[in-house]
Design a protein around this ligand. Structure first.
Ligand SMILES: *Cc1c(COP(=O)(O)O)cnc(C)c1O
Length: 391
């Protein structure tokens, strides 16, 4: 971005548009909570937990304060902590790894598949053959960008090695893998309601889902000081509760999630068609899953120049994520990975670009994004020759 760039006319995401789209219902829901006087947990949270559990197809949903907390508490509820290895990816929000460390466990980073950017089962197997010191305890795949990881392969490995399967569903509300919603496949599913997520609150929020009653009980205790009865801690817990205003807002938005995801998929189809034939790698879809396009991520050789071109045209883009976790200052050197390294992860980071994606994005706006990408890449004919798109 330069000083002369115009204002953004097409943002990369737009949580405010989601609010305006349902303003009357959201305002009414908030007013109801304000007048009711119960602002933490309570009936609004319980009602939303019940509806969310039904939506995911699990027995229990436990509202917590964020997606990061959801992962930390899921691990703790499974009894995973110091000395335990949790296998996850480096191509993710840093929150995934931060939550594992908060639980006291040791993250082991596994490379991703080149097309889907989700955990490669073959790399997980390799890492389990030669694990670092510690007890292998859990595999924690991330359904990045809204598409489930290769869950059947990962579940089989988890079963064979006695690992808990914990799904990071922070980007995949409503995605389905072989007829089962993301979050219902593993022992536990962890959701974030950060405002830009497919189901977003007007602040922080998160949810843990499970069909295991013992885990559900442990999670309800852990999120509130370990209380089994009020003021009496049966175990050491934390304060990580969903508040009633967020639950009420989320209850309104849950009713529109399927329609919103369909809008995202329609925009993705429009991008696919408009960008075909260009020297750009388009998102790869699994044949046995639905992709709910939290992000529409392309891969392009001259990423930073394309990004600057779009910015100059008033189009916002994102990079999810610019630095893999293992290359960030807080984690560099310290974190272990599988024996074959993180090659695919490292090669993707400098080339990925997230295009504007939110349910209220108009077809005209998407077409404008396409036209600007075509205009830029049209000027760079030579690139297609040097950029090998079939990885
Ligand atoms: C957003 C996100 C989280 C963390 O959620 P918060 O609610 O921001 O704590 C974790 N994992 C992934 C993949 C995410 O995208």
């Amino acid at each position: 971005m330069t000083a002369s760039d115009p204002p953004i006319t097409i943002p990369q995401s737009d949580p405010r548009a989601a609010y305006f789209a349902r303003r009357a219902e959201i305002d009414a829901a908030i007013a109801r909570v304000l007048e009711g006087g119960a602002y933490i947990l309570g009936t609004d949270v319980e009602g939303f937990e019940k509806r969310f559990a039904d939506f995911i197809g699990v027995a229990h949903a436990i509202g917590v304060a964020s997606g990061t907390d959801a992962i930390e508490l899921a691990l703790r509820a499974c009894g995973i902590g110091a000395g335990d290895l949790v296998f996850t990816v480096s191509h993710t929000a840093v929150a995934t790894v931060a939550a594992i460390e908060r639980a006291g466990a040791t993250p082991v980073l596994i490379d991703v598949e080149p097309g889907t950017y989700t955990m490669a089962p073959r790399e997980l197997l390799r890492a389990l053959e030669r694990p670092p010191p510690g007890r292998p305890a859990s595999v924690l795949p991330v359904h990045i960008y809204g598409q489930p990881a290769e869950l059947s392969g990962l579940a089989e490995i988890a079963r064979a090695h006695g690992l808990r399967l914990i799904e990071d569903c922070a980007q995949s509300h409503g995605a389905v893998y072989r007829d089962k919603p993301a979050g219902s496949f593993g022992d536990v599913g962890c959701f974030s309601f950060y405002p830009t997520k497919n189901l977003g609150a007007l602040g922080d929020g998160g949810m843990v889902v499970t069909s295991d009653p013992a885990l559900a009980t442990a999670l309800r205790e852990l999120r509130e000081y370990g209380w089994r009865e009020r003021f009496i801690s049966a175990r050491s817990g934390i304060n990580s509760r969903l508040d009633a205003i967020q639950a009420a807002v989320l209850g309104v938005k849950l009713g529109f999630l399927a329609a919103d995801n369909a809008c995202r998929q329609a925009i993705a189809a429009r991008y696919d068609a408009g960008l075909s034939g260009l020297p750009v790698v388009l998102p790869v879809r699994r044949p046995d899953a639905t992709h709910v396009f939290h992000q529409y991520v392309i891969r392009v050789a001259d990423r930073d120049a394309l990004r600057a071109h779009l910015r100059a045209a008033g189009i916002g883009t994102g990079i999810h994520y610019p630095l893999p976790v293992h290359q960030q200052p807080a984690y560099r050197v310290r974190l272990g990975c599988g024996p074959s390294g993180l090659d695919v992860t490292e090669r993707a980071a400098p080339q990925i670009l997230s295009l504007p994606m939110y349910p209220q994005l108009s077809a005209e706006a998407a077409d404008w994004v396409v036209a600007e990408i075509r205009a830029f890449l049209g000027r760079q004919e030579g690139l297609s020759a040097i950029f090998n798109t079939d990885e």
